[in-house]
Design a protein around this ligand. Structure first.
Ligand code: FES
Ligand code: MG
Length: 573
């Protein structure tokens, strides 16, 4: 009865015995006819729909277009839900659950009868969690992103997801925006389905999957509500079926070259610092030897040419009309591996051969960049022995080389309790230091590194200060913010030893972050340091804190690194 008994799904659906009966019979309870089990490619559609993840809440509609594409190409689409990591609601931080979701994805793919996989990603962590899980199985896999929201608009002015939240909230604290105006801006910011429409982490990761070659060209930019997003979903469904026939597995696309391309594109788009941890974690799953140093090496001379918030002024809808990621890649084509294979079945170079830039202020030319060296800067020094990151395109030029006195917060509660204290000994030259925001410390490595500035300095007109932590910041945030310090304070990194009044020196050009305290003094402090007690010792959080790796290697759980394939030799009954 089988058309192609070599298909993975035929190990379930191809048998004429008791097991084949079980697998087919129950599937038929939804109305499936006999011939869909004839060996045609079964495409699992991994859906991160959740009403608690508003950025992905339109996925029930989007999936209908994907299914149509799979059917048109002669495949059988079967949708399955997985844990949805929504950024705006999940506490203590969505990042705590990225690895949990990746386990869900991996086991759901491996345990079920599918030949190929379509990953429906949107909100920040949904993209890496799906790719990490799928990479550990290595079936033919293609990503489709849900697309950004339409541009925000408040009283006739464009406003951007996240970026303007941070800005407005500082304006309220500075007394230059009223509480009522602030509340009114809420509905003006998020006015259509989709994810953040700044170049935050969601747009960055949608760009990264396009640059990696695991999504079709133009994946990043079509707004969620644009008909061309639905059309792309349909084409993605069709390609998934073809990829099964071509045996175009994830590992054939996710090569070292693909990661180098993605790092360069991240520099060109002024992408989120979060891409650093996510790409390191994905590379770890697929066995590509990628390091934090690669981010600096590969990204160092890449100019930021995309003029989007938070680095610039436009939003994703503008980016879409200008031509999106294919145009960016064409602009920096000389820096890319153009022969890298993509899920379109063609090379990156072939994908971008005919694209045209429709707005040279949104996507600048190489000769007229927003920032000359836009790649992520990887800093090292005695305060960050294994590294820390800073995003030059979102930082203030006058603070890129700075030495200042540390104002130290032991954890986020300490920060909230004291930052607006009029008696706090702080000025614009101080360096704000936050501990306990790393993978183990928070736990989950929260987006709190872009600490709000003290009100008394905001009132004086100060809008940026050097901030240093082991946490992350939202991809929509900006400022001279040193992030991802490794090892983190909770793991006993030198950050744990910083005291009020110590001097810290940042030099982005030299890539250094120095705690100006003698070694003997640091040893004395280390001798009395006590490891913090995590809030939960058991459950997933207990497992997470015991096994999470540090930010410099991607903050995956140590036992999840690597691929485990998709074979399951045993029957279930
Ligand atoms: Fe979901 Fe920004 S909160 S993409
Ligand atoms: Mg975020």
């Amino acid at each position: 009865m089988t058309k192609d008994s070599k298909r993975r799904s035929q190990a379930w659906f191809g048998g004429v015995d008791k097991d084949g009966f079980i697998h087919r019979s129950w599937m038929k309870n939804g109305g499936l006819p006999d011939d869909v089990f004839d060996g045609r490619p079964v495409i699992g559609i991994c859906n991160t729909f959740s009403e608690f993840t508003p950025c992905n809440a339109h996925f029930r509609e989007l999936v209908t277009h994907i299914k149509a594409g799979v059917l048109e190409a002669g495949g059988l689409p079967l949708e399955f839900p997985v844990f949805s990591c929504g950024e705006s609601n999940l506490r203590p931080t969505a990042m705590l659950f990225r690895n949990l979701a990746s386990m869900d994805v991996e086991e759901a793919i491996r345990g079920n009868p599918m030949d190929g996989v379509i990953l429906m990603a949107g909100c920040d962590k949904t993209t890496p969690s799906l790719l990490m899980g799928a990479a550990s199985c290595d079936l033919p896999t293609i990503v489709i992103s849900g697309g950004p929201m339409l541009n925000g608009n408040f009283r006739g002015k464009p406003i951007g997801s996240g970026t303007d939240v941070w800005k407005f909230s500082e304006e309220v604290r500075a007394g230059t925006m009223s509480r009522q105006e602030f509340m009114d801006a809420e509905s003006a910011m998020s006015r259509s389905p989709g994810h953040c429409m700044t170049m935050g982490t969601a747009s960055t990761m949608a760009s990264m999957v396009e640059a990696l070659g695991v999504a079709l060209p133009t994946n990043a930019a079509w707004p969620a509500v644009d008909a061309r997003r639905a059309r792309l979903a349909r084409m993605t469904g069709r390609r998934a079926v073809a990829m099964v026939k071509e045996d175009l597995r994830l590992s054939k696309v996710l090569t070292r070259q693909a990661f180098e391309n993605a790092i360069k594109v991240n520099g060109a788009i002024g992408g989120s610092t979060n891409a650093v941890v996510h790409l390191l974690a994905i590379a770890g799953r697929v066995g590509v030897d990628l390091s934090l140093e690669d981010w600096d090496r590969q990204g160092r001379d890449v100019p930021t040419i995309v003029n989007l918030m938070p680095s610039g002024k436009y939003l994703m809808e503008d980016f879409c009309y200008a031509g999106g990621i294919p145009v960016v890649m064409k602009e920096i084509a000389d820096l890319l591996h153009l022969d890298a294979l993509t899920v379109s079945g063609m090379s990156l170079g072939e994908n971008i051969a005919d694209v045209v830039n429709h707005n040279s202020d949104v996507i600048r030319s190489r000769a007229n960049p927003l920032v000359d060296s836009g790649g992520i800067a990887v800093l090292k020094g005695n305060l960050a022995p294994n590294g820390a990151v800073l995003k030059p395109s979102a930082a203030s030029p006058h603070l890129m080389r700075h030495r200042g006195r540390a104002v130290v917060f032991e954890n986020i509660e300490d920060f909230h309790a004291r930052i607006d204290d009029p008696g706090l000994d702080v000025d614009e030259n101080s360096v704000l230091v936050l501990k306990g925001a790393g993978p183990r410390g928070y736990p989950g490595m929260a987006e709190v590194g872009n600490m709000a500035l003290p009100s008394k300095l905001l009132e004086k007109g100060v809008r940026d200060m050097v901030r240093v932590s082991d946490g992350r910041m939202s991809g929509t945030a900006y400022g001279t913010v040193v992030l991802h310090i490794s090892p983190e304070a909770a793991a006993g990194g030198p950050l744990a030893l910083v005291e009020e009044g110590d001097f810290i020196a940042l030099d982005v050009e030299a890539r250094t972050l120095i705690l100006d305290v003698p070694d003997e003094e640091l040893s004395r402090r280390r001798a009395v340091w006590k490891e913090p007690v995590p809030p939960m010792a058991s459950g997933y959080q207990g497992l997470y804190v015991r096994t999470v790796m540090q930010a410099d290697t991607g903050a995956d759980l140590d036992f999840l690194v690597g691929g485990r394939g998709a074979k399951v030799p045993r029957e279930s009954h």
